[in-house]
Design a binder for this molecule. Structure first.
Ligand SMILES: *[C@@H]1O[C@H](CO)[C@@H](O)[C@H](O)[C@H]1NC(C)=O
Length: 392
């Protein structure tokens, strides 16, 4: 081989090695490469296999009632637009919202009224918000990943996602449809937080405005650290807009009692802290770094933030989502504003693993929420085989 060619080859190999070390390897390590599972708080748990594939769980704090947005594990394998699974033929037509009363173990599938859209309901992110006019009334905000309109192939054009707003009463058995919100800004919605009047919401677009494309479908955006995702804001009277853009991997979203917004960026083990502006835009004020991807977030009654920590995201998305009967390890992470001594040494947030399991007690967890008044940790997941409830 001529020397010039050898030199070029050596340069190419060196560059590829550097790209691997600097950009690919850190993502793989955060995703779980080489992580050892250490069981934490997995001894006092009960499973409820009547509830499957519930991607989002929300606690109604005054009653302790749990609201769940559920599907079937098989449907998730074929139809999960966020995870590049767009086989609309395999999409469930039986997705539902349920309540679970932990004190009686009673499960209620809420009966949907006033929603006769032939395009169905395919659930993902959810928020349940007491109405500002009556605390007995709850607004339920849902991401609805509809299949594209007739004749269009989801593989080519992506999902035709919308946000649905429903209304129910605390402990009620009906979910009355209020409105469907559609907008080009609602492109790849993942999770959302709703206003107490049923009229406005912030939502993450987990792949920005890109419904399709090799960059998103092969996770090239993640490996190249492309900050292409965003948070959108919609109000029924004002329309939709992008509230903040250039985020990495925006996914679960929640709001603290103090009003700060938190957005999880799973591929990088980060959580953004954002401030709301008067024009409903958001500004990033801080970033919390974790050792693993974190998915859906929930704030407990004491103000601590909980998130599903993906112990092995590669196994979860590659193997468990493909065949949900294969158990995948789970964890729940709690973080809090650090008010202890160490804050004076630069440790602003205290991050703790409050639950960890190899997948036998809780498999495929992507949503964790803790009822601090009743000491109950709830775990569920996009394609998970059961609801798991643990005492800590
Ligand atoms: C799409 O889903 C259907 C129904 O589950 C299944 O029969 C079909 O094989 C799936 N297609 C692909 C390409 O996976």
């Amino acid at each position: 081989m001529p020397r010039a060619l050898l030199t070029s080859l050596a340069v190419v190999v060196a560059v590829l090695g550097a790209v691997f070390q600097l950009s690919i390897k850190p993502v793989l390590v955060t995703a779980g490469l080489g992580r050892v599972i250490v069981p934490v708080n997995n001894e006092r748990c009960t499973g409820y296999p009547e509830l499957q594939a519930c991607e989002k769980i929300v606690i109604h704090q005054p009653t302790g009632l749990l609201y769940l947005a559920c599907s079937t594990p098989a449907s998730r394998t074929h139809w999960t637009p966020a995870a590049h699974r767009r086989n609309a033929t395999g999409m469930s037509t039986a997705d539902y919202i349920a309540t679970f009363d932990p004190s009686t173990h009673k499960i209620t599938h809420l009966r949907i009224t006033g929603f006769d859209s032939p395009r169905g309901l395919s659930v993902h992110g959810m928020d349940v918000v007491p109405s500002s006019s009556s605390s007995d009334v709850l607004f339920v905000y849902l991401v609805n990943h509809r299949a594209p309109r007739d004749g269009l192939q989801a593989k080519k054009v992506g999902a035709d996602s919308a946000i649905e707003v429903f209304k129910t009463t605390v402990g009620g058995k009906e979910l009355a449809h209020v409105r469907t919100v559609e907008d080009p800004v609602i492109a790849t919605p993942n999770d959302l937080i709703g206003a107490p009047d049923g009229k406005g919401f912030y939502f993450t677009n987990d792949h920005g405005l890109a419904k399709t494309g090799i960059f998103r479908d092969y996770n090239i955006d993640a490996f190249l650290k492309c900050a292409t995702t965003n948070v959108g804001y919609c109000h029924v009277d004002e329309g939709c807009k992008i509230a903040v853009s250039h985020l990495l991997g925006a996914n679960g979203i929640t709001r603290t009692s103090g009003g700060a917004f938190l957005v999880a960026a799973p591929p990088f083990g980060q959580v953004y802290v954002l401030d709301e502006q008067s024009d409903h835009s958001l500004v990033v004020t801080d970033t919390i770094y974790l050792d693993r991807p974190i998915d859906n977030l929930a704030v407990d009654h004491t103000g601590n933030v909980w998130g599903a920590g993906l112990v092995n995201a590669l196994h979860l998305t590659g193997i468990h989502f493909e065949n949900p009967s294969i158990a995948s390890p789970s964890s729940a992470i709690r973080f809090s504003l650090n008010d202890g001594q160490s804050k004076f040494f630069g440790e602003k947030y205290r991050v703790e693993t409050m639950f960890e399991d190899d997948g036998n007690v809780a498999s495929g967890t992507t949503s964790a929420a803790y009822d601090s008044e009743r000491n109950r940790l709830f775990l569920h997941g996009l394609a998970a085989p059961q609801l798991t409830v643990c005492e800590l």
